[in-house]
Ligand binder design. Structure first.
Ligand code: ADP
Ligand code: MG
Length: 231
């Protein structure tokens, strides 16, 4: 269970600079008043009523907190505090120093994913370079962040969800099609095509991640059990 504080956030933390922002969340560097230690605070806007267009549902935001609170691994971001006020929920996270391309750290990512899958049946579902950060610049200690769309599976129960960022590509993707819908269809049917120009060195590795496992109902594309099996 996550403890949610209803006190005023600014009684505990001083807000410093922006670290990142998108439609619903703003991440800011904050300083804890009692210790002087800096953290990253993720301010997530709550949807107003059922018809509200902006913000996320309270339970969607709390799922991220609930999931983070269950994980304790040196390569996964740590949740320190959760605050809630009328308009937003604030997740106070361990501060991570530098965002880098994490290609050479794939093994560490695989170990973290293995930890989530094996110990807690948690699937991240949004693994991509911007959600993998380095604790400090030039040090290889990486941290997996952003459990915003992650989920916890029940062992032996089929799960059917369409989640993720289909348009996330660095120039080429063996699954990308003309529309999101066609891309999702390619993903669920494991229908892919490699362009030799881009994939000659990585084809074998990627192919091993594309495991359709009808038994568990999970498709191993970016972060399902495909990676788990590869370990
Ligand atoms: P979203 O769900 O909006 O993508 P993220 O959790 O990925 O939110 O945070 C958005 C951005 O904020 C990240 O891409 C990163 O640049 C920055 N950020 C998030 N968490 C931290 C952290 N713990 N320390 C430093 N920066 C962070
Ligand atoms: Mg993100």
């Amino acid at each position: 269970m996550v403890i949610i504080k209803a006190d005023d956030f600014e009684n505990y933390y001083k807000i410093l600079n922006d670290l990142g922002r998108d439609e619903f969340a703003a991440v800011k560097r904050v300083k804890e008043l009692s210790s002087g230690i800096d953290y990253a605070a993720k301010f997530i806007g709550k949807k107003r009523g059922i018809v509200g267009k902006r913000g996320l549902k309270r339970e969607e935001i709390l799922r991220e907190a609930e999931i983070l609170s269950q994980l304790n691994h040196r390569n996964i971001i740590t949740l320190r505090d959760v605050f809630e006020n009328k308009h937003e929920i604030i997740l106070v996270l361990e501060l991570v120093g530098a965002e880098e391309e994490a290609v050479s750290f794939i093994l560490k990512i695989l170990e973290s994913v293995h930890h989530m899958h094996e110990k807690k049946h948690i699937v991240h579902l949004d693994l991509k370079p911007e959600n993998v950060m380095l604790l400090e610049k030039n040090k290889i200690h990486l941290k997996i962040i952003d459990f915003g769309i992650s989920g916890q599976l029940k062992p032996n129960e089929p799960t059917k969800e369409t989640f993720g960022t289909p348009e996330f590509v660095d120039g080429a993707s063996p699954l990308l099609d003309n529309t999101n819908q066609e891309t999702f269809a390619n993903i669920s049917q494991v229908d892919y095509r490699f362009d030799e120009e881009f994939f000659s060195h990585t084809k074998d590795f990627i192919q091993r991640l594309f495991i359709k496992n009808p038994k568990s109902g999970i498709l191993g594309t970016t972060c399902g059990y495909g990676l788990y099996k590869y370990l």
